[in-house]
Design a protein around this ligand. Structure first.
Ligand code: MSP
Length: 598
């Protein structure tokens, strides 16, 4: 079949043959998909979580990245018709918070509330559409933790013992000798640090409760070998398998109250408080409704975590869950870290990026797009302001914005409508071609297969790959317009007019597909784009992704309809002195001055 995408929506799924010029798309194929299955999905649940954030400091870029990834997943699943839950929140207990509150001269709860509000404010400013915001100091959470603890006790998995070993307060983590190394600090003293995080560790010896982690090695290995997609991307899956080959000692799950007061007390033993990581991990169950009504949500849980907290989520947490008779998470998506101009982001280096301030500078959708376009989960990514401007100007302002501008410009589209598609100008396979050329058919084929390719990347949360292929398609459509220079057609000639209408119809159809697919990433920009095309809210779900039905001889719901109102430039070009000066904007539009970027 010449156009495999013609049958994709019927569950086809043939591999796309792509034009050699479209390098970026050439290795991709459209997976099997059925965009008409949302009725089935409506009864299915999806539950996505971010880590809960420590409140010892204000939010930074990395925190927003975790939240934007989860938001993208939640919005994508909702578009597909899933009943989706999305939880985020703050991790408020532990020594680190206790010390930070003391240093700020605040009582711990007041301190936690203040910082938790800052996270909440960031998320609402950045269009993070969480359905629950959990704080570990809430009563509902304390009840869930106490219940979880009592189940583990009842099953004989917790015993009183004596812990002696290394502890990092910064990571709230116990470490084995092989996880610790020597370094010389800035004052010339030799200190012990965690090899994984670089944070200082201290020797600790105390009586506390231990969890029989060592008993879970083979169950954990069975879970992972039976579920090779349980930890993604793959390299992190292999890392966890490797950890499970090493020593897996029992884990201390409480602290003496004399050392740590700011924590949930161990039920029945007021002298001990619960280890902050056990407390924190249970937040995912609390939100699911544990202990009474968590089953449906729990079977659909997907965690998003940074690489530094993988061991807690992929070893300790599944072991706790298995111990409590619950299933391990469906998928743990791991992402790497953001560095800043090549350096680790840290308070001491003074290079911490404030995500709220940058969202004001570059717009919320601009930051969301940048983080997801440049964030490669497999490896660390580097942040610079100039890179943000470069990416956003090229892809959102010039390429996507320019395409919309061209198709809706009164000179090309004076009636401001979705014009008529003419089959003679763009005949189906086998018929004599008059206007459309080989590359145009190739573009149709590629854009037709795009939803399937994007779906595959959204599913694995490799969002940068989805944005890469969407961006390549936007370039193809711009190339289509450039190739046919519709502005040179003679509209007094009927044939020319029909071809002009067809070019605009096809381009608007491409834009409609791009707008629909971009909704999880840049909701405000997509809304503006789809609004301008006159696509109503009820026609913006995954099942509306049928591309160019007129080419298949099917009626188009948009043909002949009036476009939506012009609400201005899709994305205003960003400009700052010294950056991109040599490049002339392709569209005449106002520039957004980056006053604070100097
Ligand atoms: N409170 C724990 C998580 C408990 S979840 C049951 C915690 N909090 S954190 O605030 O330190 O980190 C939250 C998330 O931010 C983690 O996923 C972490 O990997 C991520 N990031 C921290 N620094 C980061 C970057 N520089 N870049 C990207 N993400 C980073 O850990």
């Amino acid at each position: 079949m010449r156009f495999p995408w013609l049958c994709v929506s019927r569950g086809g799924g043939a591999a796309l043959k792509l034009h050699p010029q479209t390098q970026v798309l050439s290795s991709l194929s459209a997976p099997s998909r059925n965009i008409r299955s949302s009725a089935v999905r409506a009864s299915s649940s999806h539950y996505v979580t971010t880590p809960i954030f420590y409140v010892n400091a204000s939010p930074h870029l990395g925190h927003l990245y975790s939240a934007v990834m989860a938001d993208c997943s939640h919005r994508y699943k909702t578009l597909q018709g899933f009943n989706s839950k999305f939880a985020t929140g703050t991790d408020e207990h532990g020594l680190k918070i206790q010390q930070a509150a003391a240093a700020a001269g605040r009582d711990p709860l007041t301190f936690c509330t203040e910082v938790s509000e800052r996270f909440k404010h960031l998320f609402s400013s950045c269009n993070i559409s969480h359905t629950d915001y959990i704080r570990t100091t809430e009563q509902r959470h304390r009840q869930a933790v106490e219940h979880f603890w009592s189940v583990l006790c009842r099953k004989g998995l917790i015993y009183k013992g004596s812990y002696e070993g290394w502890y990092s307060t910064q990571d709230e983590s116990f470490l084995t000798p092989s996880q610790v190394g020597d370094v010389v600090d800035s004052t010339g003293n030799e200190i012990k640090v965690s090899l994984e995080s670089g944070h200082k560790v201290e020797w600790m010896k105390e009586e506390n409760y231990m969890f029989r982690l060592s008993a879970f090695r083979s169950q954990l290995l069975d879970w992972l070998t039976g579920n090779p997609g349980a930890i993604q991307p793959e390299r992190f899956y292999h890392a966890v398998i490797q950890w499970l080959q090493e020593d897996l000692p029992d884990l201390s799950v409480s602290r003496q109250r004399s050392r740590l007061q700011w924590a949930i007390p161990v039920p029945g033993d007021p002298e001990q408080t619960i280890y902050v990581w056990l407390d924190a991990l249970v937040n995912y169950l609390t939100v699911a409704g544990y202990p009474d009504k968590h089953k449906d949500w729990w079977n659909a849980v997907h965690h998003i975590v940074g690489k530094d907290i993988l061991r807690f989520h992929a070893v300790y947490w599944p072991a706790f869950l298995l111990g409590a008779g619950l299933s391990p998470p469906q998928v743990i998506y791991v992402h790497s870290h953001w560095t800043v101009a090549g350096k680790k982001m840290s308070k001491s280096l003074g290079n911490v990026i404030d995500p709220l301030q940058r969202s004001k500078m570059f717009t919320t959708d601009g930051m969301r797009y940048f983080l997801l376009r440049q964030g490669v989960p497999d490896s660390d990514c580097d942040y610079t302001d100039s890179k943000v401007m470069k990416v956003l100007n090229a892809e959102l302002a010039d390429s996507l914005g320019g395409l919309l501008n061209r198709c809706t410009a009164p000179a090309l589209n004076p009636a401001q409508i979705y014009p008529t598609f003419c089959s003679q100008s763009f005949p189906p396979e086998g018929q004599t071609r008059t206007r459309a050329v080989e590359e145009d058919y190739h573009m149709l084929e590629t854009v037709g297969g795009l939803p399937g390719v994007v779906e595959k990347h959204y599913e694995s949360l490799q969002v940068y790959k989805a944005l890469e292929v969407i961006s390549a398609c936007v370039r193809l459509t711009n190339g289509f317009l450039q190739r046919h220079t519709p502005w040179k057609l003679d509209t007094r000639d009927q044939g020319d007019q029909r071809w002009l209408d067809t070019i605009i119809h096809v381009s608007l159809e491409c834009l409609r597909v791009y707008g629909l697919l971009l909704q999880p990433v840049v909701p405000a920009i997509s809304d503006k784009l789809l609004g301008r095309l006159g696509v109503s809210l009820s026609k913006r779900s995954w099942e509306d992704l049928e591309f160019l039905p007129r080419f298949k001889g099917i009626k188009s719901p948009f043909e002949g309809r009036t476009l939506g109102p012009d609400s201005g430039v899709l994305f205003t070009r960003l400009e700052s002195p010294g950056v991109e000066k040599q490049k002339k904007p392709k569209q005449p539009k106002k520039s957004y001055k980056l006053a604070s970027s100097k």
